[in-house]
Design a protein around this ligand. Structure first.
Ligand code: DGP
Length: 125
């Protein structure tokens, strides 16, 4: 498996500070910010700071420290938003990947969607 990372993609530019974002949480390896086109009352994007194209690229090539940091940051955001099922109404995580996954930005990102009932997981094709 090999991926070519486009260093001019929009999230790379956000990470370089060339485009503003509404940051929710930032750590050594991870940045989380509000989606510009929210599909739910809460719509946060979680991205690694490293150059990974999609989920499987991140899963295979990221360091353990990056993966742990990313996962814990995503969980922390669910708690910050008050949507963890332990004390809130829940959420959905989505990682669109490639053509069939309809991934628009080729930098791995996790969508956290919450704040309303989100319907069935996948719409009929
Ligand atoms: P995907 O289809 O999974 O690649 O989703 C890309 C998401 O990125 C989409 O929900 C809109 C969001 N997005 C695109 N450009 C920007 C931007 O400049 N700023 C922010 N905050 N979000 C963006």
């Amino acid at each position: 498996m090999s991926y070519v990372y486009d260093t001019d993609n929009i999230f790379a530019r956000i990470l370089r500070g060339e485009i503003p974002n509404t940051t929710v949480l930032e750590t050594d390896h991870t940045l989380a910010f509000r989606d510009i086109s929210p599909q739910a009352p809460d719509h946060v994007l979680v991205i690694p700071k490293g150059a990974y194209v999609c989920f499987d690229h991140f899963a295979s090539d990221a360091t353990d420290a990056e993966i742990v940091d990313f996962t814990r940051t995503a969980g922390e955001i669910c708690r910050l938003l008050g949507v963890a099922p332990s004390d809130g109404d829940g959420y959905r995580l989505i990682a669109n990947s490639g053509r069939n996954g309809v991934q628009d930005v080729p930098h791995y990102h996790l969508h956290i969607l919450a704040g309303r009932p989100l319907g069935r997981m996948v719409q009929p094709g």
